[in-house]
Design a protein around this ligand. Structure first.
Ligand SMILES: Cc1cc2nc3c(=O)[nH]c(=O)nc-3n(C[C@H](O)[C@H](O)[C@H](O)COP(=O)(O)O)c2cc1C
Length: 357
C-alpha cells in the first residue's frame, strides 16, 4: 500500500539511538526497506541548530524516503522545531511517544507523553500546523504499564490532531523489553482510529513479519533489533510478498560484502576513530549466527584500529568458510546475544541522551 508516496508494503527500519545512522539507513534502503528513520533528535536541539542534533537529523538523498524522529514536550518548541527540520526535506516527521529510558521520561518526554493524551494532542497539533504538507506521525508504546494501557486514547488524540499515521510498539513503558509483545492490541487500535497503523515489536524473522501481517489488521510493519546484522530481512520480506518465495538466508560471501560495505560507510560517516566501536558491534551482529562467534568475541575488543579489524574479519570469514570452527550451541549464543545486545544498546542510549537530549 502506498501512503504519502511511500511503500508501506515494505518493512520500515525503526529509529534506534546510535544505530539508525546514515550507514545503517543506506544499507537498509539498499536491501529494500520501504522507509527508514533517523534516531530521535531533540526538538530543542533542532530549534537551536545544535551541531550534534543537526548531524543526527541530516541525511543524504539516497536514504529517502526517510522520517526524522523528534523528542520534545512543549508545543512552543515542537512547532518551530518542525519548521527547522523541514529545511532538510524529510518525508515524515515523527513524534517520539514511546521511549521508556528514564533520562527521557523523567523529563516528561518519550513514553511519558502518553500519561496526558490531551497535552499529547496539543503537541501533535503544533507539529501538524508547522509541517504543511509533510506528514506527522507518532510512535507509541501501549501505555505506562499493564494496568495503565491507554493506547486507544493516545491513538485517538493523534488522529484528532492531524497525525498521518501511528506506530505502536506493543509493549508497555515499564515492560521495556521483558514483556511479551501484545499484538492483540493492534486490532483494538485499528478499530478505534481510521489513520494507518504500523506494528512494531519483536519482529525478528520473515516468519514473524508474516505472522503479524497476516493475523492482525495493520498497514505496515516496523523492525528494530531484527535488522541488526540482518538487513537481508528487508529483501527476504519483499521477495516473499512480491514473488511468493523466500530466498532464504544470505550466503556467507554476501554477509561479508555487506559487512565490509557497512564498515566503509561508518568510516565515511564518522571517521576512523569513532567508526571503530560501531564497526565492532555491527561485526558481531552480522556474524552471530555463525560458528566461531565466541572466538571472535574474545578477540574483537582488543582491536585498536579499522585496518586490524578488517584483517581479523577477513581471517574469521576464511575460517568459517573452511569449517575451522566447531559447532556452537545456538541457543546459548542467542540468549547471550539478546542480553548483550540490549545491554549495549541501553548503554548507548544513556550515553547519547546525556549528551544531546
Ligand atoms: C538501541 C535502541 C535504540 C532505540 N532508539 C529509539 C529511538 O531513538 N526512538 C524510538 O522511537 N525508539 C527507539 N528504540 C525502540 C525501537 O524503535 C523499537 O520500538 C523497539 O526496539 C521494538 O522493536 P523491535 O522488537 O523490532 O526491536 C530503540 C531501540 C533500541 C534497541
Amino acid at each position: 500500500m502506498k501512503l504519502f508516496g511511500i511503500d508501506f508494503g515494505k518493512l520500515i527500519l525503526a529509529p534506534m539511538a546510535e544505530i539508525s545512522d546514515a550507514a545503517f539507513r543506506k544499507i537498509s534502503r539498499k536491501f529494500g526497506a520501504g522507509l527508514v528513520f533517523t534516531q530521535m533528535v531533540s526538538a530543542d536541539g533542532a530549534l537551536k541548530n545544535n551541531f550534534t542534533t543537526l548531524r543526527y537529523l541530516s541525511f543524504a538523498r539516497n536514504e529517502k524516503p526517510i522520517g526524522v524522529q523528534v523528542l520534545g514536550n512543549d508545543p512552543k518548541i515542537l512547532g518551530p522545531a518542525v519548521k527547522e527540520i523541514l529545511k532538510f526535506n524529510p518525508d515524515i516527521i515523527d513524534l517520539n511517544s514511546g521511549c521508556p529510558v528514564s533520562k527521557v521520561t523523567s523529563n516528561n518526554m518519550g513514553s511519558s507523553l502518553m500519561d496526558d493524551p490531551k497535552h499529547l494532542g496539543k503537541l501533535i497539533n503544533s507539529m501538524v500546523k508547522s509541517a504543511g504538507s509533510t506528514p506527522i506521525s507518532v510512535k507509541f508504546r501501549l501505555g505506562k504499564d499493564l494496568t495503565k494501557i491507554n493506547i486507544i486514547e493516545s491513538a485517538k488524540a493523534a488522529e484528532d490532531n492531524g497525525a498521518a499515521f501511528i506506530t505502536v510498539h506493543v509493549r508497555t513503558s515499564t515492560g521495556k523489553y521483558d514483556e511479551r509483545p501484545r499484538y492483540e492490541w493492534l486490532n483494538k487500535v485499528k478499530e478505534a482510529v481510521k489513520i494507518p497503523l504500523v506494528a512494531n515489536g519483536s519482529i525478528f524473522s520473515l516468519e514473524d513479519a508474516l505472522y503479524v501481517k497476516e493475523n492482525f489488521n495493520v498497514d505496515g510493519l516496523m523492525i528494530a533489533r531484527g535488522a541488526l546484522g540482518n538487513p537481508f530481512i528487508f529483501q527476504r520480506f519483499n521477495t516473499f510478498t512480491e514473488k511468493g518465495f523466500d530466498p532464504g538466508p544470505p550466503d556467507l560471501s554476501l554477509v561479508k560484502e555487506t559487512l565490509f560495505e557497512h564498515i566503509n560507510l561508518l568510516k565515511l560517516e564518522f571517521g576512523e576513530i569513532l567508526a571503530l566501536d560501531k564497526a565492532k558491534k555491527h561485526s558481531i551482529w552480522y556474524l552471530r549466527e555463525y560458528n566461531g562467534i565466541t572466538k571472535l568475541l574474545e578477540k574483537i575488543f582488543a582491536v585498536k584500529d579499522l585496518n586490524s579489524l578488517y584483517e581479523l574479519l577477513e581471517n574469521h570469514f576464511n575460517k568459517i568458510l573452511s569449517g575451522f570452527y566447531p559447532e556452537e550451541d545456538r541457543a546459548i549464543i542467542q540468549e547471550k546475544f539478546f542480553k548483550r545486545v540490549l545491554f549495549w544498546l541501553l548503554e548507548d542510549n544513556y550515553k547519547i541522551l546525556s549528551k544531546t537530549a
